[in-house]
Design a protein around this ligand. Structure first.
Ligand SMILES: [Ca+2]
Ligand SMILES: [Ca+2]
Length: 249
């Protein structure tokens, strides 16, 4: 995709056509009937899962399912992380990552993910997947990547964040939010970075499976480490994202 070869452009285009049809459905038809949407009015996004990787893949918020390893070779490790100090993290090799089953946890169409991680390809001419809401239902390039020292939201074409927001070998806290109107906001270390209107619903979670660091079949991935992942049941505001970052991640 990113290198704009013919074969890579074809897949997302075909996908986008199918999803344009899906996008024409009323929003209610795309939402999760079983998810906790009833709490969102007026009360803001609620924390539904909080994974610290403290030697296991459990959430400190009860009721959330465990994360699952994707691929082999993920190992717990001790590391120094900004805002967390000495903490346990999960190291993953190139091609491996994590997934979570989101049914009844967060709605598929409006949610937030806050994640603290580092990827080994930072600062290089390589794309590495961060978030993948469509696999395995739909094998396409759309989703959030790291490229060089900035974030890139790919949705048929690339929507680039600010250069220099991601420092090689350092952890970065990325917040990804999608609201009921399909507005995506991506933040880096508490600051607004990418805005995008998700007209083709490519950030709507498919089959209730959300994957981290795992790419589609063109394997744009990096080895790295993750210290914390939090899931919220609606789009966080910019103010809340900043506060979460300032509170020590
Ligand atoms: Ca890809
Ligand atoms: Ca941790």
């Amino acid at each position: 995709m990113m290198r704009r070869t013919v074969t890579r452009l074809l897949a997302p285009t075909a996908t986008a056509l199918g999803l344009l049809a899906a996008a024409a459905l009323p929003l209610a038809a795309q939402a999760d009937a079983g998810a906790t949407t009833s709490h969102r009015a007026g009360s803001g996004a609620k924390l539904k899962a909080d994974y610290h990787f403290d030697g296991n893949l459990k959430s400190s918020v009860s009721g959330a399912p465990r994360l699952r390893n994707v691929g082999i070779g993920n190992v717990f490790h001790r590391d120094r992380v900004p805002g967390e100090g000495r903490t346990k993290v999960l190291k993953f090799p190139n091609g491996s990552g994590l997934k979570v089953h989101t049914k009844g946890l967060i709605p598929s169409s409006h949610y937030s993910v806050v994640m603290q991680f580092r990827l080994a390809t930072a600062g290089t001419d390589e794309y590495a997947r961060i978030l993948n809401p469509t696999l395995p239902a739909d094998d396409n390039d759309n989703g959030l990547y790291l490229y060089n020292n900035y974030l890139d939201l790919y949705d048929v074409t690339g929507f680039e964040g600010t250069e220099g927001t991601v420092t090689p070998e350092k952890y970065v806290e990325v917040a990804f939010t999608r609201n009921t109107d399909g507005k995506i906001r991506v933040y880096a270390n508490g600051e607004p970075d990418i805005k995008h209107a998700d007209a083709d619903s490519q950030a709507v979670i498919q089959n209730h499976l959300l994957r981290f660091f795992v790419d589609n079949s063109n394997d744009e991935t990096s080895k790295g480490a993750v210290s914390r992942i939090r899931l919220y049941n609606d789009a966080l505001t910019a103010k809340k994202v900043k506060r979460i970052y300032q509170q020590g991640h």
